[in-house]
Design a protein around this ligand. Structure first.
Ligand SMILES: Cc1cc2nc3c(=O)[nH]c(=O)nc-3n(C[C@H](O)[C@H](O)[C@H](O)COP(=O)(O)OP(=O)(O)OC[C@H]3O[C@@H](n4cnc5c(N)ncnc54)[C@H](O)[C@@H]3O)c2cc1C
Length: 406
């Protein structure tokens, strides 16, 4: 295999493959190196995606990848108060993450990208202050891949990115997640995803039950303190609502992975380098969802890489347009969601019980039917609080976050 490319991508996750797809489709000569033997394995993610996000990305997934579709989300407070929000038609879906990753890598391969599996990027190749490729290791063999540009999509470990001098993820805003699949659930409407709030069961985040069509489900949570496995045990055994639904469930798979909730890193480009996806922390801090925003940014990264090739300019001055473009699309929403996450984390369980109760009693669920785009929560929030009822609830929420923190 020849070892000179227009661009090399680190990581064969969704963001690496989507940037490779975008570049290869423009005729660029692209290699993707992935440290694992198989794309999509192991998988660490629930795979819950908005349909509007997939449409925006022009992704039309085969039905074999989609495990279920959902009309509503049901939020539960720690004492079991319930609020259902959504619409009459499907708004989100859950995908098989392994198959989803393979689907994106197949798109990239069909467009001409080459994949190097079991190939770990160990360091960047640098020349005169520019990144000019990567040094990889495949088992005992080392190889250097030279390129005009590297797209770092290594995920939230950021091991490689740390060496560039760019500021990496905000460690204080990382939560540790556990994701499981269980064989059987009871009394769960398969048209709804269920989210369980509260410090008692998932401090710093929430727990979820995502049903599949066959009565099995994806269950998980994340926490900013302690061991997620212990919280998972408490959630499945003690939660007043969830424990009843999970009484007969057996875990069929289990994995652990961090989620970065700190908002995007300050600088996502350098001479000869772009970074996208979890590596750049382009993740919604409210929900931990990183796929739709990560893919939007990866697509922009791929296009900017092509423009750089056309202009023979891989300097950070040129590549800074990547950051301007993704910020224009999602910068405001990322910042608002980060602030909402901070407020949510301040709420005591009692407050969450009361807020959910207030929302359910006030009929806000019907107002929220038309919240706008599920991914662009900052923009949707602005639209929502123009309505008197949601303004009252938003003020109560902000007041509660303030009171709980003092
Ligand atoms: C428990 C959990 C549940 C989640 N649920 C959802 C959800 O429902 N919806 C959603 O939108 N998001 C969810 N997320 C977040 C989502 O998983 C990530 O945002 C998404 O995977 C980011 O994709 P990525 O390509 O940037 O990184 P990754 O998917 O992490 O891919 C990075 C790839 O790079 C490879 N790699 C790393 N270092 C190297 C190296 N040095 N050399 C070669 N290869 C390397 C890795 O093996 C990996 O394949 C969840 C996360 C967790 C932890």
């Amino acid at each position: 295999m020849k070892d000179e490319f227009d661009a090399v991508v680190v990581g064969g996750g969704p963001c690496g493959s989507f940037s490779a797809f975008t570049m290869a489709r423009h005729g660029m000569n692209v290699a993707v190196c992935e440290e694992h033997r198989e794309i999509g394995v192991p998988t660490h993610c629930a795979g819950h995606l908005s349909l509007s996000g997939l449409t925006r990305l022009d992704l039309h997934l085969p039905s074999s990848i989609v495990e279920n579709m959902f009309k509503r989300a049901v939020l539960y407070s720690p004492n079991g108060n319930e609020l259902s929000v959504g619409s009459d038609s499907p708004a989100t879906c859950v995908v098989n993450r392994g198959l989803f990753d393979k689907y994106l890598s197949d798109l990239a391969k069909k467009a001409g990208a080459q994949y190097l599996l079991e190939s770990r990027a160990e360091s960047f190749v640098t020349d005169s202050g520019f990144i000019r490729g990567i040094a990889i290791r495949k088992r005992e063999a080392k190889q250097t891949l030279t390129s005009n540009l590297v797209v770092d999509a290594e995920g939230c470990s950021s091991a490689l990115l740390r060496r560039t001098g760019l500021q990496t993820l905000d460690r204080s805003m990382i939560v540790n997640a556990v994701q499981t699949e269980v064989d059987r659930i009871d009394n769960v409407d398969i048209n709804n995803v269920e989210l369980y709030l509260g410090r008692k069961y998932a401090p710093g985040f929430f727990a979820w039950i995502i049903p599949k069509r066959d009565d099995s489900a994806k269950i998980g949570l994340a926490t900013n303190v302690g061991n997620p496995r212990e919280y998972l045990y408490r959630f499945t055994q003690k939660h007043p609502v969830a424990s009843k639904k999970l009484r007969k469930s057996k875990i069929t798979s289990l994995c652990y992975h961090p989620i970065s909730l700190g908002g995007a890193i300050p600088k996502t480009y350098s001479n000869g380098l772009l970074t996208a996806g979890d590596a750049a922390s382009q993740v919604k801090a409210t929900t931990g969802g990183g796929i739709i925003f990560g893919l939007l940014c990866s697509k922009i990264a791929g296009k900017v890489a092509y423009e750089a090739l056309q202009s023979h300019d891989f300097s950070e001055v040129f590549l800074s347009r990547y950051q301007s473009k993704w910020k224009r699309q999602i910068g405001f929403d990322l910042a608002v969601m980060r602030q909402i996450r901070k407020w949510l984390n301040r709420l005591s369980d009692d407050r969450i019980d009361r807020i959910i109760e207030l929302c359910a009693k006030s009929g806000i669920d019907t107002v929220l039917e038309d919240v706008g785009d599920l991914d662009f929560q900052g923009t949707s929030l602005i639209r929502m609080i123009r309505r008197p009822l949601t303004l009252v609830v938003a003020l109560y929420f902000a007041f509660s976050a303030f009171v709980s923190s003092t």
